[in-house]
Design a protein around this ligand. Structure first.
Ligand SMILES: *[C@@H]1O[C@H](CO)[C@@H](O)[C@H](O)[C@H]1NC(C)=O
Ligand SMILES: *[C@@H]1O[C@H](CO)[C@@H](O)[C@H](O)[C@H]1NC(C)=O
Ligand SMILES: *[C@@H]1O[C@H](CO)[C@@H](O)[C@H](O)[C@H]1NC(C)=O
Length: 225
């Protein structure tokens, strides 16, 4: 685990030394089309894009790393990153209501960092669009229910769910027992009421397995039978 953290840190350091184009805080409303084609790292944070259209970065075939947080983005095209080698997408502090679809860069995408957006629902189909990633940061999104992250994201190693209160029922049990590097609040349970003040670290996996999700009567044990 330490090794994985160290490797991803080294990777980030080597990336940040790649050929960088910095267009942060320029008041841009559209992704520029005249960016140097050797760019590996692009910094576009603090602009006014509202959307990332299909093929926005198509000319940048060496592009690995996009930083585009705090840009008022509501929409990302299915083919927004086509033509790049996108590995890490930093798209926090925007107005996205669903996960961006990274299918078009499936062979290279590793990390999606999207804290502080407006994602309330994640379907298994949405997860399929990011199925190849190993790091996912969803902190401070208004998620109503957790999807089955482990089934949908087989390569996931790090999951950040800070500032999210969730239903501590059998669907969350697999997060307790997995080997993920998991970041959650100290007391993350919204439901059931009796778990609200219980620290995540003392909740036992079998307590979760025996708890029905809110609005449903089934528990995991009943389904297995
Ligand atoms: C960015 O959008 C905000 C809110 O719509 C607006 O107040 C601001 O003037 C815009 N800035 C630019 C450079 O377009
Ligand atoms: C790209 O175009 C913008 C606007 O026309 C200009 O200000 C900028 O200098 C150009 N950048 C490069 C790298 O040519
Ligand atoms: C994601 O994009 C692919 C094309 O790259 C498309 O086939 C798929 O339907 C999209 N998924 C969603 C959930 O829109």
């Amino acid at each position: 685990m330490l090794y994985a953290v160290l490797m991803s840190l080294l990777f980030e350091i080597s990336l940040s030394r790649g050929v960088t184009t910095d267009l942060s805080t320029r008041g841009l409303t559209e992704i520029p089309t005249n960016i140097s084609v050797t760019t590996q790292v692009i910094r576009l944070a603090d602009n006014n894009f509202t959307s990332i259209p299909d093929f926005a970065f198509e000319a940048l075939s060496d592009l690995l790393f996009i930083e585009i947080y705090n840009c008022r983005i509501t929409n990302v095209g299915n083919f927004a990153f086509s033509g790049t080698k996108l590995s890490s997408l930093y798209i926090g502090n925007n107005f996205l209501t669903s996960l961006p679809n990274l299918t078009a860069v499936a062979s290279t995408a590793k990390g999606l960092y999207m804290r502080n957006n407006l994602v309330a629902r994640i379907s298994q189909r949405d997860l399929f669009g990011i199925r190849m990633i190993s790091e996912l940061d969803l902190a401070a999104n208004p998620l109503l229910a957790l999807p089955d992250f482990l089934a949908g994201l087989p390569l996931l190693t790090t999951l950040t769910l800070e500032d999210i209160s969730f239903d501590c029922c059998w669907k969350a049990a697999s997060l307790q027992t997995s080997s993920l590097v998991l970041q959650v609040d100290d007391e993350p349970c919204k439901d059931p009421e009796e778990f609200r003040l219980v620290p995540w670290t003392v909740l036992m996996p079998n307590e979760l397995e025996e708890t029905a999700c809110s609005g449903f009567s089934q528990t995991m044990n009943k389904i297995i039978k």
